[in-house]
Design a binder for this molecule. Structure first.
Ligand SMILES: C[S@@+](CC[C@H](N)C(=O)[O-])C[C@H]1O[C@@H](n2cnc3c(N)ncnc32)[C@H](O)[C@@H]1O
Length: 428
């Protein structure tokens, strides 16, 4: 199994020497076709939490099956919703997950539960009743909260959240938390079918109409149904992984460009998808969720300032392809963004590969966005940089974008005009 990747694609694999010019073309593949055993991107616990620009699990499974073996350690410095963690756990690998977004700390224990005891519907429904009967209030510490809700709905959500926070911290309360995160967006003025946080006319009339109905009953039914659906997914996951004792370490709320994991862990493989060059702001997207979960305005703001590429770089990354783009770019603001993007993305990848063993593979999944009409061949730039630092090129695959929901339910799902995504494989 492990050899498959290299047997099929040896014609693409050429060790890079210092100063080499890349002259080979990416191999066109379809990860969905290469991993047909995954029939849905949302199978098992993959979609308990909504997350923008998720990995399709097929790519991750492909890398795991072809680049790692049982009990290996895999690191993902841009873990997002933990797709790598879940696929690693299913395949009996250990995972280390890092992300700037605190959401990771709420998503992982639910998505990859470590307790192997089946959950019971009756217990969940009893706890839900406690939440619905609660009369105290939890008020998020956010000055802008009232802007997003009609008063009656806000008052009810405050009681439900306070009730959830009083429960013992177990899988049941985490299920209810995940559901409350969902409904707190659905029952707000914020558009809930797109990741970005914004009000829309459509949503305004949706809420006005809701208020004319028995909205509280609708809210309670939604919470009960969604919580029970999550319980089913979790039980299915537990069933599948009964004999599986692999570790998942997760660090949400850390800046991967400046964070290093424990020195004594030897990592066998890196699998990651960094943010896109003109990615949406993740922390902003999750504001509503983070405040309900109890984070303060100060915490959320300080995280947002560390987000790639929305922070200033104090050093330049120099590679042939990147320098060429810099020469062509006429807009200073875009050049700053490009500089910031590559500086912090590469710093995070470098940090995450410190613990990678010699001979370990780094699988990096990126797009080639356009900036002011110029295509930025991200994989080439990353490859050029790392080949200067003791890594050798192993493979490059191109997967045409089909259904991956990069930019949510906007009319133009792909404003940067990206046709493909690329999987770059490097060896340390
Ligand atoms: C493309 S998403 C990763 C999605 C993930 N592969 C998944 O399947 O859910 C990129 C991630 O980079 C994170 N990010 C942005 N800046 C970061 C930083 N400085 N340190 C760590 N993570 C960062 C974002 O929060 C986002 O979750």
């Amino acid at each position: 199994m492990q050899q498959q990747l290299f047997i099929n694609y040896t014609e693409n694999i050429r060790l890079q020497k210092k100063g080499d010019v890349l002259n080979f073309n990416p191999k066109l593949v379809s990860f969905r076709e290469l991993v047909p055993e995954i029939v849905s991107t949302s199978y098992l616990t993959h979609s308990i939490y909504y997350y923008p620009a998720k990995f399709i699990p097929h790519v991750v499974k492909y890398c795991i099956d072809n680049c790692t073996k049982e009990n290996d350690w895999i690191i993902d410095p841009f873990a997002g919703s933990g797709t790598v963690g879940l696929e690693a756990n299913l395949a009996k690998r250990n995972a280390i997950l890092l992300d700037l977004n605190y959401m990771l700390n709420h998503i992982i224990p639910l998505k990859i539960p470590q307790e192997k005891i089946q959950l019971e519907k009756t217990i969940l429904n009893k706890k839900l009743e406690q939440v619905f009967d609660n009369n105290t209030e939890f008020t998020p510490s956010w000055s802008n909260l009232e802007y997003w809700y009609p008063q009656d709905i806000l008052d009810t959500l405050k009681k439900f959240w306070a009730g959830q926070k009083k429960l013992d911290n177990d899988l049941y309360s985490m299920i209810i938390q995940a559901t409350l995160v969902k409904v707190s967006k659905i029952f707000s003025f914020a558009e809930h079918k797109t990741p970005k946080l914004f009000k829309s006319k459509y949503k305004n009339s949706y809420i006005s109409e809701l208020l004319t109905k028995d909205w509280k009953n609708i809210l309670i039914n939604t919470i009960v149904n969604q919580s029970n659906d999550i319980l089913k997914d979790i039980n299915q996951f537990i069933n599948l992984t009964l004999n599986n004792n692999n570790f998942v370490k997760y660090y949400g709320g850390v800046d991967s460009a400046n964070y290093q994991i424990e020195k004594d862990i030897e990592v066998d493989c890196l699998i990651t998808s960094p943010p896109y060059l003109q990615a949406q702001e993740y922390i902003r997207t999750f504001k509503l969720d983070l405040y309900w979960l109890g984070y303060s305005e100060k915490q959320v703001k300080s995280l947002a300032n560390l987000e790639i590429p929305y922070r200033k770089a104090n050093k330049l990354i120099e590679t042939d392809s990147l320098n060429k783009i810099r020469k062509e770019l006429k807009i200073k603001k875009l050049e700053d963004m490009l500089n910031s993007y590559f500086y912090y993305t590469i710093k995070a990848l470098e940090n995450a590969t410190i613990n990678l063993k010699k001979g370990g593979l780094a699988c990096i999944f990126v797009g080639n966005p356009k900036v002011d009409g110029i295509e930025v061949e991200t994989w080439k730039i990353i490859n050029e940089y790392f080949s200067e630092y003791g890594f050798s090129f192993r493979a490059i695959y191109e997967d045409r974008i089909k259904m991956r929901q990069l930019f949510g339910a906007r009319n133009n799902k792909n404003p940067e005009g990206m046709k493909s995504e690329y999987l770059l494989i490097l060896e340390k």
